[in-house]
Design a protein. Structure first.
Length: 316
């Protein structure tokens, strides 16, 4: 049983000021192992679906009753059809790795369900938000294989999410060390105070329907102008960002090092459901939750309450 990680005042103030904070060694080793074993299952399932020729869902496929595993090259192909281009690192020998995404992994992978509800992450969210409760919102797994050169375009999460409120954040953590050669995450400090911009196609600055929202500035063209900070991380480090903080990542130019990570999203006291027109249809919904309602439901369960904040956590 690992002792609970308590946040320092500096960490909370950094999150509030910058819209992002890296919590060093916030996730104990036993939970890193749970994550690593779960993503190994994902990779095995992807290899099996690829061998069977069933891994190529279209970019617009909506999957609600199970997790959705697919290569993000389908989004790149859509961007090119719309006249855009994929953001990528320079080509090099051996650069044939894939960028793989799993949406709603909690539906099929018990390790992610336990990580989302039983690990220290919900308590960390409650401490950052200063809230009395924390709801699980959404999860995604990201695998950038060695040689997966596609960058993750800078974007905000808010326009993709069917929730509203200020206490919404993503908790990103990886199974192995990550640096700028394997796909480090970058964040525009202070951009959580920006307005909400239109979503893009994730591996491209190309947007679909904007529903009247402006496109995000071209951050990739001059990152210094936008005060972008990249984090090199070790297993157990957790990067937390507000859902309006603009962020993206490098491609994986390594020949032999994968970047395997998960992002788990939580909401605090002020968060309600909002069926945004810009959000993808695949974002989870609950039949008992409508616009303006608190999230509390089977789909968005309460995973932490303040009276449990001193509880130690261990893998189930």
């Amino acid at each position: 049983m690992s002792p609970e990680r308590r946040l320092s005042r500096e960490e909370v103030e950094t999150y509030e000021r910058d819209g992002v904070v890296c919590l060093r060694q916030a996730l104990p080793t036993e939970w890193v192992k749970v994550l690593s074993e779960t993503i190994a299952q994902v990779e095995q399932n992807y290899r099996a679906s690829k061998a069977a020729g069933t891994e190529r869902d279209t970019a617009m496929d909506v999957v609600m009753d199970r997790s959705h595993l697919r290569p993000l090259s389908v989004l790149g192909e859509l961007a090119e059809k719309l006249g855009g281009s994929v953001l990528s690192e320079p080509e090099r020998d051996g650069s044939d790795g894939e960028f793989i995404l799993v949406n709603n992994a909690v539906l099929d992978y018990g390790g992610i369900r336990r990580l989302a509800s039983e690990s220290p992450l919900p308590s960390l969210a409650g401490q950052l938000f200063g809230s009395d409760k924390v709801n699980f919102v959404f999860d995604q797994i990201f695998v950038k294989e060695p040689g997966a050169l596609s960058r993750t375009a800078f974007h905000q999460d808010q326009s993709y999410f069917k929730v509203d409120g200020e206490q919404v954040a993503s908790f990103w953590t990886a199974c192995e060390p990550v640096d700028q050669t394997t796909g480090a995450m970058g964040y525009v400090r202070g951009s959580h105070r920006w307005p909400m911009y239109a979503p893009n196609l994730f591996v491209s600055q190309t947007t679909g329907p904007t529903h009247g929202l402006d496109r995000l500035p071209d951050i990739e063209a001059d990152e210094d102008q936008f005060d972008v900070v990249y984090f090199d991380v070790e297993p157990g480090d957790v990067i937390v960002h507000h859902y309006r903080t603009a962020h993206g990542s490098r491609g994986n130019i390594s020949a032999d090092r994968p970047r395997r990570s998960v992002s788990i999203r939580y909401g605090g006291d002020d968060v309600t459901f909002l069926d945004r027109p810009t959000a993808p249809a695949e974002f989870p919904v609950d039949p008992h939750v409508t616009n303006g309602d608190p999230l509390d439901s089977d789909t968005f369960p309460v995973v932490w309450r303040r009276d449990r904040s001193q509880t130690n956590h261990k893998p189930g």
